[in-house]
Write a protein that binds this ligand. Sequence first.
Ligand code: LLP
Length: 430
Amino acid sequence: MKLLGTMEVRDNELYIGGVASTELVKNYGTPLYVIDEKLVRNTCKSYYDAFKVKEGKNRVAYAGKAFLPMEMCRIINEEGLCLDVVSGGELFTAYKAGFPLEKVFFHGNNKSHEEIKLGINLGVGTFVVDNLYEIELIDKYAKEKNVVQNIYFRITPGIEAHTHDYIQTGQIDSKFGFTIDSEALDFAIKTAKEKENIKLIGIHAHIGSQIFDIEPYGDLVRLMFTLAKRIRDEFDIDITDVDLGGGIGVYYTDEDEPKSAQQFCETIVNKAEEIAKELRMEVPRLVIEPGRSVIGNAGSTLYTIGAIKSVLDIRKYVSIDGGMTDNIRPALYNAAYECALANRMNDEEKEVVTVAGKCCESGDILLKDVEINKVNSGDILVVPTTGAYGYSMSNNYNKTPKAAVVSVMDGNTKVMCRRQSYEELIQLEN
Ligand code: LLP
C-alpha cells in the first residue's frame, strides 16, 4: 500500500496526521473515515496557486458531490476556493456552514422550483443552466426577488474522457446540457438574452471523471473558446467565463499515474493563453471544478476485521464491519483499492485474501484477491483513497448506520460527522 499525504509508519503502526490508527479506533470505533486535513489543505493551495486564483482572475470550485460535510465547506472557504453544488441539500449545507454563497455554482439537470427559489433567495452567485425549462424558472424567481441572476450554460462538447481513453464524436448522447453548435443551443441563447432577470456570462462543460490525460482538456479549451467567440459575434453577448468542469484522476492502485494539480493547472492555463492568442480573443476567466482530486487521497477508511473464512483451495474471505454501505464504488463500478493492516504494517508473512463487507449481498466485496499481512480477527484494515464518493455515496442498506468521519492534523483529531445511532436511523419513520 502506498503511503499518501501525512501517512507514516511508526512502531509497525499506521499514523495519519500524527495520530495512531489504534488510537482512532479506540476513541471513535469502526468503520471510521479519517481525513488527512493537511493533505486537503495542501491540495487546495496547489490548485489555488497553480490556477492563478490569487491573481484575481481564475476560479477553482470544489465539487461538493465528492464529500461535503459542513466542516469541508469551511476548509474550502478558508483555502480560497469556490464551491460547486448539485442539489438543494448541498446548497443548504453550504449555507448552514456559512459558506459565501456568491462563490457557489449551482448545477443540476433537473433543478426543482424549490431548489431554484432557494438558490435565488440565498444569493447563489452562478446557476449553471442545463436546459430551456430552467431558464424560465430562474427568470421567474429572479424577477420575484428583483435581481438579475448570473448564469452559465452547460454545453455538451462531444468530448468524453474516462481514465486514459477519450473520444471526440459528433454524436452527443447525454442527459446534460446543450449540444455544442446546435439549434437548441442558439435558441436557448436567444431566449436567455431576452430575459430581463438573467445574465448569460459563461459556458461550462464537464467531460468525465478519473481522467489522467490532459490532452482532452486542451481540445475542450479550443472548442469552448471558439464557442465563446461565436456567441459574442453572433449574439453580442460577452462570455467572460469558461468553466472546464472537473475530472482530474487520482491514485487508487499502482495502475494509476495521475498528474499533480500543479501540472494539470499549469498546462491548462498555458494552453488557454496559446489558444486565445490564436483565436485573437482575450483569455476568459477560467473555472475548474475538481472533486476527487481535492479529497480522494486525503480520506482513508479504518475497519475492524471479524469473521475469516477459508474456502479450501479457492479463496480466503476476510469480513470487515463495513462495506458497500460506506463504500459502494467496488460494487457499483468494480473500483479497485489498496489496503493494509494498519496495526501491523511491516509484518513479513503475507497472504492473499478477499475482503468482504457485511451486507446481506454476495456482491458486497470491497477488495478481491489482495495481498496483505497475515490477518487475524480484531486487526484493523485500512483502505486509502476513500475520501471522494465514499461518505457522500454512503447509504443505510441493511439499516446500517452511517460511519463517523474524523479529521486529523498535527496530532489532533476533530469529529467532522459523528456516527449515526440506531435511534437516528428510525427518526423519519412513524
Ligand atoms: N463538475 C461536474 C459538473 C461534475 O459532474 C463532476 C462529477 C465534477 C465536477 C467533479 O468531478 P471529479 O473531479 O470529482 O472527477 N460517483 C463517481 C464519480 C461521479 C462524478 C460525477 N460528476 C465515482 O465514485 O467515481
